[in-house]
Design a binder for this molecule. Structure first.
Ligand code: HEM
Ligand code: CA
Length: 172
């Protein structure tokens, strides 16, 4: 546990209280993946639009998030996560979205560190981003080439099927 916080170059804080997140609360598993290390160094999620990892990301979203946020993150008892409006504007960044998932927000949006490891949080985040349906200009989490290639999600079009498998390239 010690050393995890020390390794983070970015300062992670709770979305509601602003208190520092204690990364030691996350499971041991999934701490040392390339994606988690890169995220703790840079605040960026390398799984965004990664075609190898999106099937597992989809499966994790369906099991952990869709019950409250809807199948396509269109909103249900929790708000829609597939559009350019955020209750907490920082959620348009990878860092902000991670902070909200890790530490929770208000009401039924509890902290997810008991249910997902940090690598899985980054995977789930990439599926939330993939479901984005608004103008790609608002997709500030993408780099320029990803943004140029990004097609807003269309529930009626063919989309990436969920898969249980966690490929090695996705922390497996
Ligand atoms: C809020 C993500 C699971 C209920 C949010 C927000 C995000 C988020 C990013 C803030 C949205 C904004 O700023 O507009 C996720 C993800 C989940 C998950 C990725 C799965 C890993 C759940 C579950 C529930 C839930 C299981 C219900 C038990 C809510 C509610 C809010 C919320 C009620 C509003 C909280 C507030 O405004 O403070 N969620 N969520 N979420 N979520 Fe979730
Ligand atoms: Ca929204």
């Amino acid at each position: 546990a010690a050393g995890l916080g020390a390794r983070a170059a970015i300062m992670l804080t709770n979305t509601v209280t602003g208190q520092p997140l204690d990364l030691a609360e996350a499971p041991e598993e999934g701490r040392d993946t390339k994606a988690v290390k890169t995220f703790l160094e840079t605040g960026r999620n390398i799984y965004n639009e990664d075609p190898v990892c999106l099937p597992k990301a989809h499966e994790l979203f369906l099991s952990m998030c869709s019950g409250c946020h809807g199948h396509y993150a269109e909103g249900k008892i929790g708000p829609g996560l597939n559009d350019s409006y955020w209750t907490y504007p920082k959620n348009e960044t990878d860092q902000g979205l991670f902070e909200t998932i890790f530490g929770g927000a208000n009401g039924q949006m509890g902290p997810m560190y008991g249910a997902l490891n940090m690598n899985e949080m980054l995977l789930v985040m990439s599926w939330v981003r993939h479901l984005y349906k608004d103008d790609p200009k608002g997709a500030v989490w993408l780099n320029d080439s990803q943004r140029a290639a990004f097609t807003p999600f269309d529930a009626n079009a063919k989309h990436i099927e969920p898969a249980e498998e966690l490929p090695e390239a996705c922390g497996g």
